[in-house]
Write a protein that binds this ligand. Sequence first.
Ligand code: PMP
Length: 287
Amino acid sequence: MTRTVYVNGEYLPETEAKVSIFDRAFLMADGVYEVTSVLGGKLIDFDGHAVRLERSLRELDMRAPCSKDELLEIHRKLVELNGIDEGMIYLQVTRGAAADRDFVFPDPDEVSPTLVLFTQNKPGLADSPAAKKGIKVISIEDVRWGRRDIKTVQLLYPSMGKMMAKKAGVDDAWMVEDGFVTEGTSNNAYFIKGNKIVTRALSNDILHGITRAAVLRFAREAQMEVEERNFTIEEAQGADEAFITSASTFVMPVVEIDGKAIGTGAVGPRATRLREIYLDESRKAAV
Ligand code: PMP
């Protein structure tokens, strides 16, 4: 089945969808994105993603292509047209295609934003075997720009980080700046010691994960202690458990960091429980 995608007001077969070579995301990575997961044909935390998108656009002086209600309708229509039960919806907004390449932003009254959405069908996303086995990570230097709180499409370094991990025979990388872990290449990073979860505090240094916000709320409700502060790789290596969160991996246990086993080296009970709670509660609140 050919996928039906959305481009600037139209639902089209993926082979017919086109964006200009002058689009500023193509030339300058001048665009922002969101990934919303779908479970049971419904959207997980749509509101959180829509609010973060609005913020990303505002921070970059970009105009919103449409209202939040219209975005919800497009998401739902794509889920329906593509018969998605479990998977993701990728959304990208760019500053649009000006007549030529120019560093200066085009006048938003003359150049409208580009809006593209497509589905990614991932049957079995929630029942992932990796969640039972856990993943292994290495640490790498964080050399990204200073506004990681804005979800831009400048993903070259995170891509390079995933390749460094692949080359090292592991699953992902945690990035370190000035001796402290910022986040994973495409996820937020945590460790658990006793009854306490530790993760870096929100700032411009990391993406404000939508899954992070939900998981920390559920953890507090489950009487776990949450400490938002800087931490080192060594501290995480000495923890009982570790994990990452993102819209597409939910809560994913981490069992090894830089070759050192975390706790027993197997997936621990707390990360497993947090994943269960997150999936249960998110399914209940899905739209
Ligand atoms: N940090 C980075 C760098 C990411 O790319 C992502 C996922 N896109 C996250 C954290 C997790 O964010 P969310 O839970 O909203 O998917």
